[in-house]
Design a protein around this ligand. Sequence first.
Ligand SMILES: Cc1cc2nc3c(=O)[nH]c(=O)nc-3n(C[C@H](O)[C@H](O)[C@H](O)COP(=O)(O)OP(=O)(O)OC[C@H]3O[C@@H](n4cnc5c(N)ncnc54)[C@H](O)[C@@H]3O)c2cc1C
Length: 376
Amino acid sequence: MERAGVVIIGAGVVGLAVGARLSRPGRSVYILEKHDSFGRETSSRSSEVIHAGIYYPAGSLKAKLCVKGNRLLYELCAKAGVNHRKISKLIVAVDENEEEDLEKLFKRGVANGVEGLELIDARRIKDLEPEVRARRAIYSPETGIIDTHNLMKYLAQKIKDNKGDLVYNSCVVGLRKVTTGYEIDVKDAAGDIFTFASGVVINSAGLESDTVAAMPGIDVDKEGYRLKYCKGQYFRVGNSFKCGLVRRLVYPVPHEKAAGLGVHVTKDLAGSLRLGPDTLYVARDKFDYEVDLRRRKDFCSAAAKFLPFLQEDDLTPDTAGIRPKLQGPDDDFRDFVINEESLKGFPGLVNLIGIESPGLTASLAIAEYVEGLLRL
Ligand SMILES: Cc1cc2nc3c(=O)[nH]c(=O)nc-3n(C[C@H](O)[C@H](O)[C@H](O)COP(=O)(O)OP(=O)(O)OC[C@H]3O[C@@H](n4cnc5c(N)ncnc54)[C@H](O)[C@@H]3O)c2cc1C
């Protein structure tokens, strides 16, 4: 049986960030991934926004790790040449009755330690974004966009340089506590099962992280670890002239208990505009990544409130992603779960569950946090 110093389950951006942080010559780190390459699930289906950390309740892991991760990510991008752009963002109030919520959000962002936030009026909005219609806005200079694939490629290379192993086509199907740590059963592409042993296991399995957490015997319902899947669809603006009318990211004021941030406008590194994602809770046993063309009208009318030049036939269906959410419809805020499970009788096992947005932004800070929990 192969014995590893650390086993990480899942090669999304978070598993890769943890792997890059923990791997080093002399410590064997294996990252087990069921697909034939890294980042084939949620990490390749996001808005690719480097969030500033405005939205999350003060003191939550989402707030702390987003603010810290934002800084770490810009530092890494500059050092490693990962494609990104700090293009900034506006959160816009279009009606008078949204202004109170906008002010609350501004205060929350300031309390979270987000740098450079400003509340700006309609004149300043016109200077920054002549084609955006809004009464007031939060201007967030620390928000940006990133090429996630480029980031993941860098992290995967770092793992290899540190003598870590990325093991693809390897689906974890069993996880048992034994006296020396854990045994991890893995099914390969041919259907053969082989077993790894390790004293440290990090469950970064994204949409399947609750299933993996249940394998050694954790009661995921009792612990509040059960995931709900929430689909987010995108439409692309096909008209390149219209894409050029907006320079930065533009978001609406989110509703307090909403599962997402509201249909917003992101720009990618090539300069195209995308609208989305929406929020649609879906059944776990039959979800897909199709974009429903019938949603086009709703997307257009949501975005046209602040981008009046948009018309329905500017929009074509783009991608979709699935959020691994702990928060169900109408539930209150749920934070990331990042727990070392000694108190449940599983020392050396770290569960990362509900790593939805801002998981990409927070990835490097999550890796640092996990390292702190393990004290390796
Ligand atoms: C629509 C949408 C928009 C988003 N926008 C943003 C954004 O703009 N900014 C931001 O910061 N965040 C955003 N996010 C969140 C961000 O994408 C995620 O937090 C992040 O990608 C999670 O990474 P991960 O590594 O935890 O999960 P994943 O990328 O899902 O990786 C988990 C990996 O585990 C593997 N796996 C699962 N089960 C097993 C098993 N049994 N054995 C082996 N491997 C297994 C999977 O194949 C997968 O590769 C968005 C998410 C969505 C859905």
